[in-house]
Design a protein around this ligand. Structure first.
Ligand code: ADP
Ligand code: ASP
Ligand code: MG
Length: 818
């Protein structure tokens, strides 16, 4: 024998009821002996509560609301029962609505809605749905019988959530079913006291009805038919990547449901467990799917945990005081007082100092809890042994659950580490001694991010996701997107990494989409769907989205954008950028950014600030971290100036070399920005800071190459003219160098805490002598690399190499977060 229970969505419309009927018919055709339990049509219980409250407040609009509920039931009758059989069902449904209408009229007269009356009002939901479905089955020739569970399930008089008297109930169920031969269609959720007063089993209680009946009849299995593919690793409405748990133990299912996995009503597990009956969670809308088997022992555990659940809204009550230390009985009194007032406690955490106890409860009980505790501990509060009771709201609880925790170490480490890396503050935590559950209390605003991030590390350790927000999709940003596009398949398959482009912005338009912008569609999408760019709005939206593993990629050279880095790092969003502005501002700002990143457990990466994609900053950081000391840095850090001096030969004028470099796009629009040394100075400044020298920009000495007349020319054109005028000066520099067998090189250096940028001549022995094209070269003399310096050389400019440097930074964040 089997008991099947169909939930609210399953019986929510004529269409879904059609599927339910076919599931029942299939069972009967297979010769299965079954009983069926139905919930109210989806949403009806909530509506009935609302209607009851309206009536109690004297709002006669409830009559209209009731009509809508009535019409929903009529529509099912019209849709699923042939005309011949309709009228008797209409009459029965109308009869129930008349009865309900009378009760509501009474409520509106006396303007009072007790829990007892509310239970009676709610009972109509299940009575109606079950009545209608029974009639549909009968109209199809099935020998079905309506069973009002109030006849067989008895509870005490705790309205809203009656306590089942199993002795009486089990006996009545056995007796009732022994007498019947027809298919029993049982109302879920409702019961009655011994005196026949209607009670309910608590919200979601139809599952319990099925379990009570299944256990009493010692059924082979109890099937909970719902609207999702069984019990899943997390609520699929909150975690898109959640997947079905094929097999789970009663204890695990209990923990998950107790902490918010509403797919099973927690008390339902007990009767099934006591009789060792398999409980199956199945999907009415995906009939062939195997769903979840809840049994004594789960088989085949692949992951360290089984599932994650959450309670979205809780209040945390904290009671503390020096007088609590070592005093026996405080917690006993506390929880007895709460329990005497029917306030259930979801989580308790006590510091080992016994200085404080905190526990979480439903926020609707918060005020009542405060009053109860202030009364209970009034004497202690009066003499200052207890400081008082504080209540914090807007919090959520997340629980990770699984029997596998007992066997594997590091589960809580992983949990707290992923929360930390995503900047999620843990307000309180508790681990059950059964090691089945670790719960954390966090801010409600972090709930979605936390659930997704936790799910990511425990269930998709294979595939990690980074959420990228890229600002500046010009040359470098555009190239980066192209590189991402080319690598997407490889990264996903080989590196198990999903790069989700969650936001893009150019100077005109921006687009944010947490579901991702495909890298081959970004141009069209930003054009079609983008809105006018507003950096503050972009940043605010990013922070609001609160996606796990977020990375802000600044591919601009904008000065204003930098002001947001701090805010972003503070919101636990990593920042990757080739933009030098932040690191070459004041030293205190440089330090502040480093510190914020460290504190928030995120990354601020800027390898491409110096030498494009060459591994310069990483090398420095590696050497510094391992304790090496820098004695001297010498470097050619401007691809532009390298190109200019490498092309400056005997047969060309300096002005023409610069003109050509400008035409090739190697220089800034005004080449003086390169030739003035300012850009190189910024780079050596950043390197100085990286090796621990706290320099400011003004402390760098720049020996000017350009004569005054060139520097002071008031336009780019006249600058070129002035360079022609000064041609002999430039030619002289070159000729003097050549006469000594040397070459002109624009070198930045750092030694003894002093940074210098100047044009130098180097001979053939010097490592910089052979530099060609627009390459950069950098030589580090350190305590370890003293005799022969460590030299890094290669292309130090260009969109392709810069973008790949940015890409490498992004990749290093992915392995850090992994
Ligand atoms: P029914 O009306 O069938 O009783 P419920 O709404 O009570 O259905 O429960 C099913 C819902 O539970 C799902 O739609 C889903 O959003 C939610 N849910 C929460 N946590 C989980 C989980 N871990 N697995 C499956 N569903 C879950
Ligand atoms: N209809 C009831 C409720 O909404 C019981 C149930 O659906 O299980 O809570
Ligand atoms: Mg339910």
């Amino acid at each position: 024998m089997k008991v099947l229970k169909f939930g609210g969505t399953s019986v929510g419309s004529a269409d879904s009821i059609r599927t339910v009927i076919s599931i029942i018919e299939n069972n009967l055709e297979r010769g299965e002996h079954i009983a069926v339990v139905f919930s109210a049509m989806g949403g009806v219980t909530n509506k009935l509560i609302e209607i009851g409250k309206m009536a109690a407040s004297g709002n006669t609009e409830y009559i209209e609301f009731l009509k809508v509920v009535e019409e929903r039931h009529f529509a099912v009758v019209r849709g699923l029962i042939n005309v011949k059989h309709q009228s008797s069902t209409f009459a029965a449904v109308r009869g129930l609505f008349n009865e309900l209408g009378d009760i509501l009229k009474g409520v509106s007269w006396i303007r009072e809605l007790s829990d007892r009356t509310l239970d009676l009002i709610m009972s109509f939901g299940e009575r109606l749905s079950t009545l209608v479905i029974t009639e549909i089955l009968r109209s199809k020739g099935i020998n079905a019988e309506f069973c009002d569970a109030r006849q067989i399930i008895h509870t005490n008089a705790t309205y809203g959530m009656g306590d089942v008297n199993f002795e009486v109930t089990n006996h009545q169920i056995l007796e009732y079913f022994a007498k019947s031969t027809a298919l029993q269609c049982v109302t879920g959720f409702i019961a009655s006291t011994a005196e026949g007063i209607t009670t309910t089993l608590g919200r979601g209680g139809s599952d319990y009805t099925a379990s009570i009946i299944g256990a009493a009849l010692e059924a082979d299995s109890i099937e909970i038919w719902t609207d999702v593919d069984g019990m899943m690793t997390a609520d699929p409405r909150k975690v898109a990547n959640a997947f079905t748990i094929p097999s789970i133990s009663y204890a695990e299912a209990m923990e998950l449901s107790h902490f918010g996995a509403k797919v099973i009503y927690p008390p339902s597990l007990q009767p099934a467990f006591a009789k060792n009956i398999t409980l199956k969670v199945l999907n009415t809308f995906n009939v062939d799917f195997e769903g979840t088997y809840v049994q004594k022992a789960a088989n085949g555990k692949e992951y360290a945990i089984t599932g994650i659940s959450s309670i979205d809204e809780i209040a945390l009550v904290n009671i503390q005081g020096s007088g609590m230390i070592g005093v026996a009985g405080i917690s006993g009194r506390l929880f007895t007082a709460l329990s005497n007032n029917s306030i259930s406690v979801i989580l308790i955490s006590q510091a080992s100092s016994e200085h404080s106890i905190c526990f979480s409860i439903d926020p609707k009980n918060a005020q009542k809890a405060r009053e109860i505790l202030e009364k209970e501990f009034s004497a202690e509060i009066a003499i200052g042994h207890i400081d008082g009771i504080s209540i914090e709201k807007n919090l959520s609880i997340i629980a990770i659950v699984g029997e596998g925790m007992k066997k594997s170490t590091g589960v809580s480490g992983k949990l707290f580490s992923v929360l930390g890396k995503n900047g999620i503050n843990v307000v309180a935590t508790a681990q059950g001694s059964s090691e089945l559950n670790i719960s954390v209390v966090i801010s409600k605003s972090d709930l979605s991010k936390a659930l997704n991030a936790i799910h990511g590390v425990f269930f998709q350790s294979e595939t990690r996701s980074l959420n990228l927000f890229i600002v500046g999709v010009g040359l470098i940003g555009g190239t980066l997107l192209e590189q991402i596009r080319n690598q997407t398949g490889y990264l996903r398959e080989e590196k198990l990494l999903n790069l989700n482009i969650a936001g893009l912005s150019n100077t005109k338009k921006m687009l944010l989409d947490p579901d991702g912008i495909k890298p081959d569609q970004w141009r069209d999408r930003i054009n079609d769907e983008g809105v006018k760019t507003s950096l503050p709005a972009f940043v605010q939206r990013m922070i609001e989205l609160n996606l796990p593993n977020s990375v802000f990629v600044d591919c601009t050279s904008d000065k204003d954008i930098v002001q947001y880095y701090h805010m972003l790092l503070d919101a636990s969003i990593s920042v990757v950028t080739p933009n030098k502005v932040a690191n070459s501002g004041s030293y205190s700002e440089y330090l502040a950014l480093q510190r914020t990143a460290l504190q928030r457990g995120v990354k601020f990466l800027y390898e491409t600030n110096v030498g494009a994609g060459l591994p310069i900053i990483n090398t420095i950081q590696g050497l510094m971290a391992s304790g090496d000391k820098f004695l001297k840095i010498e470097a050619i850090l401007s691809g532009t100036l390298s190109y200019i001096f490498n092309s400056f030969g005997p047969s060309v004028r300096f002005a023409d070399v610069v003109r050509e470099a400008k035409a090739k796009g190697f220089t800034e629009p005004d080449p003086r920005e390169d030739l003035s040394g300012a850009d190189v100075a910024r780079k050596i400044l950043i390197l100085a800071r990286e090796v621990g020298v706290p320099l400011e920009a003004e402390e760098i000495t720049i020996a000017q190459i350009l004569p005054d007349n060139c520097l002071k020319a008031n336009s780019v054109d006249s600058f070129f003219e002035e360079m022609e005028v000064s041609d002999s000066f430039f030619a002289g520099l070159r000729e003097n160098a050549e006469a000594e067998g040397k070459k002109l090189r624009y070198i930045a250096s750092l030694e003894n805490g002093k940074a210098l940028v100047q044009l130098q001549t180097v001979d053939a022995q010097h490592p910089f002598y052979t530099l060609s094209g627009s390459d950069n070269i950098i030589s580090f003399t350190t305590e370890r690399y003293k005799d022969r310096p460590l030299v890094i050389k290669g292309p130090g400019a260009g969109a392709e190499v810069t973008a790949s440097g940015v890409f490498a930074d992004i990749m290093s964040i992915s392995s850090y977060l992994g």
